[in-house]
Design a protein around this ligand. Structure first.
Ligand code: PEP
Ligand code: MG
Length: 580
């Protein structure tokens, strides 16, 4: 039995035999054709182009309808490349003038095309190389007419294991029997991760070498909730996970019935469960799962597109779509959290040595004021469409918060000067994500409209553990007593200052911590929409007195293991049937 830890893309359990996808790499030998064959080669080429564009069109339409425009965008870009006359002209010229075979010409020209991207100074364009490789593979497949590893014809559910998946391969999974996914590669913000998350099947990425450790036919368990996979499990583990898998299915049915009910404790204490979203159309998905609003809109995902930075108008439209999707419920828009693992580090010529401690989040926005102001204009304009709040990520000092807030006021003035009326009283809050902010929470309370605790970052900075580094993931624990104590102090300070305090890190959506967080006095939790039903169920089965007792006791332990065991026992008392 082997346990590998990675980054989860969707919660849940999947069990099945592994299908290991080999890297689909076509090596095309140099081949010439007799002059009389040229017309034939050109017509093969023409039909391969036609077929590729047709496949992509269908995929884009499907994605647009099911996952929204952001997901479809990638394929629209692929279509654009295939419709580029110059590119196609160069391939045809090679066939015509050098009598090279169509496949060889296509491969040679596409590789030169990749080189052009490699030399570009805009790293967002450099990222397109994988897309160009994807286009090349599709084109070659259609020229050569080869039968590929066909996931569409699987007869039973399997676990897909691969080094990496291209956006195309990922999109194709939607209509297959792939029950879970395990990848060597992957960062939380890659295109592939975004598409996998939208599919909602349990998956763990960033496993480094899973594709060489697991062989086709091995039994594999994907535990998306705990960010791990287990290969060749022993009987006891397999039994446990089979039960968890069934419990998940039962739970999903049962939880569906809760969506119209409020998250109210047995003694009538109302709790608000909001969603974290990356794409505007997810706002609606969250509401369908019974969410009370959008607690965190990660706007930096607007950068996930080939064209680079989104314009003011594009941003405005995205924000309005999210606000409309929330259907009158509150929406908290977080300004760009760029940097660290999200995009900007690749932009600089010299990469940051320590990007998590580098130019990220609000620091990045304040050093790129033009970009920041464009975003603020878009948010302020969109805010008139609903109950909107604005918050800044990674605020670490009062000066930073004041500077960001002042920039908002400057932007309001600029807008008013041009005749655009905006809500001057838009609530402006901060994410509390660093130990420094936690220590100064009382001072912040005097200046902010609200605080949202970002435990993902708070834990990494408090425990000095990179949240994205697999080598230290065993040290990244929300149960660490230091984390619990800091959370208690922050919530207490906010309560005393009567400042609205919510929590939006992953911890907020983990049922293991629900009793503890509730017991601290938190009333608003924001999480991935998929987690809302289970947390709601738990809240509806306890009283505040119970939760307060659990929180107090949890705070008395000295090690994270004791905390985890205790919280698991207490949660199981309330939800004996559910997988935790
Ligand atoms: C957090 O840090 O807890 C958070 C919610 O923000 P992100 O995960 O986007 O850094
Ligand atoms: Mg954060």
């Amino acid at each position: 039995m082997e346990i590998l830890r990675g980054i989860s893309v969707a919660p849940g359990v999947a069990i099945g035999e592994a299908v290991v996808l080999e890297a689909e790499d076509y090596r095309i030998p140099y081949r010439t054709v007799p002059a009389e064959e040229v017309a034939n080669e050109l017509s093969r080429l023409a039909s391969a182009f036609e077929k590729s564009i047709d496949e992509l069109d269908k995929q884009a339409v499907w994605l647009n309808a099911h996952l929204g425009h952001d997901a479809a965008n990638v394929f629209e870009w692929h279509i654009g490349v295939l419709k580029d006359e110059r590119l196609r002209g160069s391939i045809e010229a090679m066939v015509r003038e050098e009598l090279a075979a169509a496949a060889y010409s296509a491969s040679t020209v596409m590789r030169k095309y990749q080189q052009r991207f490699l030399q570009m100074s805009d790293p967002l364009l450099v990222e397109r190389i994988r897309d160009v490789q994807d286009i090349e593979r599709r084109l070659l497949r259609n020229i050569l007419g080869e039968a590929r590893e066909d996931l569409a014809h699987l007869s039973k559910p399997v676990i897909l294991v691969a080094h990496d998946l291209s956006p195309t391969q990922t999109a194709q999974l939607a209509e297959t029997k792939v029950a879970g996914i395990a990848l060597d590669a992957g960062a939380a913000t890659s295109h592939t991760a975004i598409l996998l998350r939208s599919l909602g099947r349990p998956g763990v990425i960033g496993l480094k070498d899973v594709s060489s450790r697991v062989s086709g036919g091995d039994l594999v368990i994907i535990d998306g909730s705990n960010q791990l996979i287990i290969a060749n499990p022993n009987e006891a583990t397999l039994d446990e996970y089979r039960q968890r898998e069934m419990a998940f299915v039962r739970l999903a049915d049962e939880l569906d019935e809760l969506k119209g009910l409020p998250a109210t404790t047995l003694d009538g204490h109302r709790v608000y469960l909001c969603s974290n979203i990356e794409f505007p159309r997810e706002a609606r998905v969250g509401i369908a799962k019974g969410s009370d609003g959008i607690g965190l809109y990660r706007t930096e995902f607007l950068f996930l597109r080939p064209e680079g930075a989104p314009t003011e108008e594009e941003q405005y439209k995205a924000y309005v779509e999210a606000i409309r999707g929330a259907d009158g419920r509150p929406v908290t828009i977080r300004t760009f959290d760029l940097g660290a693992d999200k995009y900007t580090q690749q932009r600089s010529y010299e990469q940051e040595r320590n990007p998590m401690l580098g130019l990220r989040s609000i620091r990045y926005s304040l050093q790129n004021l033009d970009m920041f102001k464009v975003q603020l204009r878009a948010i302020l304009r969109a805010a008139s469409h609903g109950q909107v709040r604005m918050m800044f990520p990674l605020i670490n000092s009062l000066m930073e918060f004041r500077q960001a807030k002042m920039t908002v006021h400057d932007t309001i003035e600029d807008l008013e000067e041009t005749g655009v009326q905006v809500r001057k009283d838009i609530p402006i809050g901060m994410m509390l994500e660093t130990p420094a902010a936690a220590i100064q929470v009382k001072e912040f309370c005097r200046e902010v409209s609200f605080i949202s605790i970002g435990t993902n970052d708070l834990i990494q900075y408090l425990l000095a553990v990179d949240r994205g580094n697999e080598r230290v993931s065993q040290f990244y624990s929300p149960s660490h007593p230091a984390v619990l104590h800091v959370l208690r102090d922050v919530v207490q300070a906010c309560t005393q200052s009567r400042v609205d305090c919510s929590i939006c890190g992953e911890m907020a959506g983990q049922p293991l911590y629900t009793l503890f967080l509730l017991g601290l006095g938190l009333q608003t939790f924001s999480m991935a929409p998929a987690n809302i039903p289970e947390v709601k169920k738990l809240i509806r089965l306890v009283t505040m007195a119970q939760a307060t007792r659990v929180a107090k006791r949890a705070l008395s332990f000295e090690t994270d293991r004791q905390v985890t065991n205790y919280l698991r026992d207490e949660t199981r008392k309330v939800l004996p049937e559910d997988p935790i």
